[in-house]
Write a protein that binds this ligand. Structure first.
Ligand SMILES: Nc1nc2c(ncn2[C@@H]2O[C@H](COP(=O)(O)OP(=O)(O)OP(=O)(O)O)[C@@H](O)[C@H]2O)c(=O)[nH]1
Length: 341
């Protein structure tokens, strides 16, 4: 018997540019949502997976996909289908699936997964696409002239959303927030816009949207090629391309890091010009410290702090830089200097 929407597993897609607060929102949902069985799928842009380690209570329910961006790499899309099918094949029922797309992804092809493939369509229902917007940094990415020949993912993400969360309002003045709000609502006239700091937002504003209109439109688009570059969402020869000038450098180091050397390096990167450095994410094992430290950078906003005690997980040092004109050798060498002797 065909399942009704009520019987299907709701799926939420989290989108938003690099560093906009997707993982922060995900952690907020997981913290608030006691008792719900949620599976999380992470798709990252970067050579090594870090996001899984940044999600609270990381368990086997988090699936990391680092083999390419799910919106434009065929293998990554196949992987997404495989992961969802695996989840659906389990005997225990999930209450929700949340997909965090990479900060450089167009969420459209991801959303369409839930209409294209029959077994998946029969069992799941796309509840909504939530776009996080970093009010402090979004305008520079919307206006980025270097992405003109490509899709501008910052725009795609806003256009595709059912709900838009203007995040990081603690960092911006009211005038700035209002300007962003006006820009965003011109790009997407139908999505409701809500504001937040640290993605703390009432869950009924982002879950249980049942975005029916959007859903119908997405389904229709499968038959009528969608508005921008994708010839068809799953067309492996489609001409969808990320801004090729944005690359990532992933670094893994054995052992532990020296606390004083790390503090000096963090101070150094805070002083430098970070306009081309879109995003930094790191997990570190600090010598003599029981806590796993994380480093987060979004342009000049850089934090380095203890995150959670290392439990049974193996200690590690992993760092991803995403931006333009990255000098891999220099980054690797500088970070290696921070290792404990
Ligand atoms: N001041 C401030 N910082 C925030 C807020 N929301 C998130 N952050 C910080 O911004 C950084 C990036 O947040 P994440 O949640 O990791 O962003 P993301 O969208 O998952 O990043 P990517 O996965 O790289 O695309 C972290 O240092 C967060 O602590 C906010 O509302 N205010």
């Amino acid at each position: 018997m065909q399942k009704t929407v009520k019987d299907k597993i709701p799926v939420t897609v989290l989108t938003g540019f690099l560093g906009s607060g997707k993982t922060t929102l995900l952690n907020h949902i997981l913290r608030e949502n006691h008792g719900m069985k949620i599976a999380v799928i992470e798709n990252e842009f970067g050579e090594i997976g870090i996001d899984g380690g940044l999600v609270i209570g990381s368990t086997e329910e988090i699936f990391e996909m680092t083999n390419g961006c799910v919106c434009c790499v065929a293998e990554a899309r196949d992987d997404l289908l495989r992961v969802i099918r695996q989840l659906l094949a389990r005997p225990e029922r999930l209450d929700r699936i949340i997909i965090e797309t990479s900060g450089l992804a167009d969420p459209y092809p991801v959303a369409q997964t839930f209409f294209l493939d029959d077994p998946i369509r029969a069992e799941t229902n796309l509840d909504g696409v939530i776009a996080l917007v970093d009010v402090k940094h979004i305008l520079r990415h919307l206006d980025d002239t270097l992405v003109e020949a490509h899709d501008n993912q910052a725009v795609d993400q806003i256009v595709c959303a059912d709900r838009i969360v203007l995040n990081k309002i603690d960092l911006a003045a009211e005038g700035e927030i209002a300007e962003v709000e006006a820009r965003v609502s011109r790009l997407n006239e139908t999505a409701e816009i809500v504001r937040s700091s640290h993605a703390r937002i009432e869950l009924d504003k982002i879950l249980g949207l049942g975005a029916f209109d959007r859903t119908r439109r997405l389904a229709a688009d499968i038959h009528h090629d969608h508005a921008h570059h994708h010839a068809a969402p799953w067309d492996k020869d489609g001409d969808h391309e990320h801004d090729a000038s944005v690359t990532s450098v992933g670094i893994e180091l054995p052992g532990h890091m020296d606390p004083a050397a790390m503090a000096r390096w963090v101070h150094e990167i805070r002083q430098q010009d970070n306009s081309d450095l879109f995003r930094m994410k790191g997990i570190f094992s600090i010598q003599g410290d029981d806590y796993c430290y994380v480093l987060h950078g979004v342009h000049d906003q850089i934090e380095f702090r203890p995150n959670h005690p290392w439990a049974d997980e193996p200690r590690c040092n992993k760092m991803v830089f995403i931006g333009r004109n990255l000098d891999r050798a220099a980054l690797q060498a500088r970070l290696a200097q921070c290792r404990a002797a």
